[in-house]
Ligand binder design. Structure first.
Ligand SMILES: *Cc1c(COP(=O)(O)O)cnc(C)c1O
Length: 356
């Protein structure tokens, strides 16, 4: 028998673990912060019609001109301030390939989106993780102090923050932006649910980018499309780093057409916020602590019973939520995504039973 010795990976990757989001076959899936509703039927029809006219033997428009133009129009910026990629994860990866890497430092404020530190490490950068307060808010003075000591080339904030749901106050974002010697990235994957956006602070005179995604409010997680709005000088650099033709023709069409349905999207956001408040009201009547959410999910911690057993009890009732109970700084915490009214009813009833 041939003995195959695995080829060793890069030394700096050996200790890394991959990103996991376990999927289980259940009736009610509330674990990945997707939209509970699909895109509008008209979007499907228009998408199918345009797909049938694509010249599939040709490479797509490398600059994604029409898509970029449509995103720029949505936010009232120049298309040269927009960079789109395969999910905002690829946007983050391209940013970190361009501005992080070996010998450079990236700052994160934990707990936050796990992929921020993970992707930064994949580029070979040194990651400085700073703890938030026990209530998951960020002390701006601590943040500024860490930045002054470590001089990161990239600082990452997430607002509303995943997995806590907390919206970062504008004053904190401004304080970090003033202090950071490099770039500030504000991940607004859930920005549509929040009362304010850092998009208003973006311009050629500020080292700030805001990332957004079609995966959540736009009901298009299956399409893998995200983007950032930032300074034109930064977008020009990212265009050099990303692979040519990274955005396929179908995705460019799907994203451009989705932006014709802003009203539908805003109506969905409203429905989800109403449902979120209904879930929060139910949590208020149960033995759990929860974090104020400005997103489409709620982080909660059962009191007096391990989070893991509650997760298991919900699973036995065919309800899947995100088990954060073993994540650093999130002991016993679970995160529930807001679903349809029916799904949320099933979740609330199941949680009441488990905690009874
Ligand atoms: C879901 C999520 C993303 C989304 O990534 P896509 O690659 O666009 O699907 C990015 N950032 C945060 C914080 C998220 O929760």
């Amino acid at each position: 028998m041939l003995l195959v010795i695995p080829v060793p990976v890069r030394d700096d990757l050996r200790a890394l673990e991959g990103y996991h989001s376990p999927q289980v076959d259940v009736r009610v899936r509330l674990n990945t912060n997707e939209s509970p509703m699909g895109p509008p039927a008209e979007w499907r029809d228009e998408f199918a019609a345009e797909l049938s006219r694509v010249s599939w033997h040709r490479y797509p428009d490398r600059a994604a001109t029409e898509l970029r133009g449509a995103i720029a129009a949505l936010h009232g910026v120049s298309p040269r301030q927009v960079f789109a990629a395969n999910g905002s994860n690829e946007v983050l990866q391209t940013l970190l390939l361009t501005y992080a890497g070996p010998g450079r430092t990236v700052a994160t404020f934990e707990p936050t989106y796990q992929l921020h530190a993970h992707i930064a490490r994949l580029t070979g950068a040194t990651v400085v993780e700073t703890d938030r307060r026990p209530d998951f808010t960020l002390d701006p003075e601590t943040a500024v102090d860490v930045i002054e000591r470590h001089r990161p080339m990239v600082a990452l904030l997430c607002s509303p923050n995943n997995p806590t749901g907390l919206v970062e106050p504008e004053s904190t974002v401004r304080a970090v932006l003033r202090a950071v010697p490099g770039l500030l990235v504000v991940d607004e994957a859930y920005g549509q649910f929040a009362p304010w956006s850092a998009l208003g602070l973006v311009g050629d005179d500020a080292p700030l980018v805001v990332t957004r995604t079609f995966s959540k409010t736009w009901s298009m997680a299956g399409a893998r499309l995200g983007y950032l709005v930032g300074p034109t000088w930064l977008v020009a650099e990212l265009d050099k780093v990303v692979l040519p033709y990274h955005l396929d023709a179908a995705k460019q069409i799907g994203g451009r057409l989705a932006l014709r349905f802003v009203d539908d999207m805003e109506a969905r956001v409203k429905t989800i916020v109403t449902e979120r408040e209904r879930i929060v009201a139910a949590l208020d009547r149960l033995p759990v602590d929860h974090v104020p959410s400005g997103a489409n999910f709620v982080l909660f911690r059962p009191t007096g019973i391990p989070g893991r057993s509650v997760w298991q009890g919900l699973l036995e009732r065919s309800v899947l939520v995100r088990d954060c109970s073993s994540w650093p700084r999130l002991d016993d915490c679970l995160r529930v995504t807001v679903g349809t009214a029916d799904e949320n009813d099933v979740f609330i009833t199941a949680l009441q039973e488990v905690l009874a």
